[in-house]
Design a protein around this ligand. Structure first.
Ligand code: GLU
Length: 423
């Protein structure tokens, strides 16, 4: 029997590989291999039926040497402390790759929001906020949306935190609605950032959008907006999956129609959409999607999707990682050997945290930017990130993931060195 996937071990393995390549000082390596702080909290909630359920929640800060901790909060039944630690470490590298002044954090609650009422989710969110309030704050650690959390959840976090401190503190959280200190463009930022990185990559390879077939795993915040932007650019989206199954249409899925369908679906799912062949099992649909004959494959859902089980069968020329940690290190080796160009998560999905940074800056200054400025600044940062990583990859003759890690780990390690170890 194979050992179960452990994201924290995967994150450490990735760090070890780059530390080796950089000949990183073992003392700096040791510091970066540990999370600064991990808080485990119990979140008791009086459910609608009067019963008390106690959920387990986490907030982990991996490193704050380059600035306050930053990272999302996810609600999912499979959340574990090790997963949250891994995601916190990945946030440290992600912020460093695009050179925004944050360290890395992540949070999560083990729960199944699909089977909870809105009232239950609100109570859980407010109690979680009050439990982690001792370590979050606009100068300390700024949460944001992640899997199954959204602007409404961010509003409850902001409100609860503000009640505690006695004044409105919009800078405590990003991904808020625009009406209460959120930023224009934040909701679609991760998808837009992934599109910008893919555009640079395709231009570099001389690929034209009209000749490009794309398969996307996940149709939530990231996959949905990524699909929309690529569709508008002229790519053909031939497959989309989510937890309810997958839609396959070799002449191209009508993405705006699918988005309308999902927006009107009671659980925001693609099930029931008629513009393609529907495979009604997520497992079967994902198996088919991963090995489809396409030019671009975009895993935009969860970690551990491209593994040694399917890497050898992937036909895409480019893999763009909208999700965090979708490719295991062993699968990475197989993809590289086969010449598949992987645009790594810490670069490809950094658009979300980048516009989160813009939101935080706007909140702290109480001056708000228009959409053109957001798009312009995001484009500048994503293109610069791509170019910086590509330059290292070409110089070192290494994969883009290794190059992105070299850039990020170097930046963080340099900050650690300047600051020294207290006391
Ligand atoms: N959860 C997103 C990520 O994994 C965004 C984090 C943020 O905006 O702080 O990058």
């Amino acid at each position: 029997m194979s050992t179960p996937f452990n994201p924290w071990e995967m994150a450490c393995q990735q760090l070890d590989l780059v530390a080796n390549k950089l000949s990183l000082d073992p003392n700096l390596h040791a510091k970066l291999r540990h999370c600064k702080r991990a808080l485990i909290v119990s979140v008791p909630v009086i459910m609608d039926n009067g019963e008390i359920r106690v959920f387990e929640g986490y907030r982990v800060q991996h490193n704050v040497d380059r600035g306050p901790a930053k990272g999302g909060i996810r609600y999912h039944p499979d959340v574990t402390l090790d997963e949250v630690k891994a995601m916190a470490m990945w946030m440290t590298w992600k912020c460093a790759v695009v050179n925004i002044p944050y360290g890395g954090a992540k949070g999560g609650v083990v729960c199944d929001p699909a089977n909870m009422s809105e009232r239950e989710i609100e109570k859980m969110t407010r109690r979680l906020t009050s439990e982690i309030a001792i370590i979050i704050g606009p100068d300390k650690d700024i949460p944001a949306p992640d899997v199954n959390t959204n602007p409404q959840v961010m509003s409850w976090i902001m409100d609860t935190y503000s009640m505690g401190v006695g004044y409105s503190a919009p800078g405590v959280v990003t991904g808020k609605p625009v009406e209460m200190g959120g930023s224009l463009g934040r909701h679609t930022a991760t998808g837009r950032g992934a599109m910008l990185v893919l555009q640079e990559a395709m231009q570099h390879r001389g690929m034209k959008p009209q000749d490009t077939r794309v398969a996307i795993q996940g149709f939530g915040n990231v996959g949905g907006s990524f699909a929309r932007f690529l569709h508008e650019w002229g790519c053909r989206i031939v497959a989309v999956t989510d937890v309810s199954g997958g839609i396959f249409n070799s002449s191209g899925i009508d993405i705006p129609a699918l988005q309308t369908h999902v927006a009107n679906h009671p659980h925001r799912l693609i099930a029931g959409f008629e513009g393609g062949d529907f495979v009604g099992s997520a497992e079967a649909a994902n198996r088919e999607l991963m090995t489809l004959d396409v030019d671009v494959l975009a895993p935009c859902a969860l970690a551990n999707q491209i593994t040694t089980d399917n890497a050898a069968a992937i036909k895409a020329k480019i893999v763009v990682e909208g999700a965090n940690g979708p490719t295991t290190p062993d699968a990475d080796i197989i993809l590289n050997e086969r010449g598949v160009w992987v645009l790594p998560d810490i670069l490809a999905n950094a658009g979300g945290v980048t516009v989160s940074y813009f939101e935080w800056v706007q909140d702290l200054q109480s001056i708000f930017w228009d959409e053109d400025r957001i798009d312009h600044e995001l484009t500048k940062i994503m293109k610069r990130g791509f170019r910086d990583v590509l330059a290292i990859a070409e110089q070192e003759k290494c994969p883009m993931r290794m190059a992105a890690y070299m850039l990020a780990v170097n930046r963080v390690a340099t900050a650690v060195k300047w600051r020294g170890v207290y006391p």
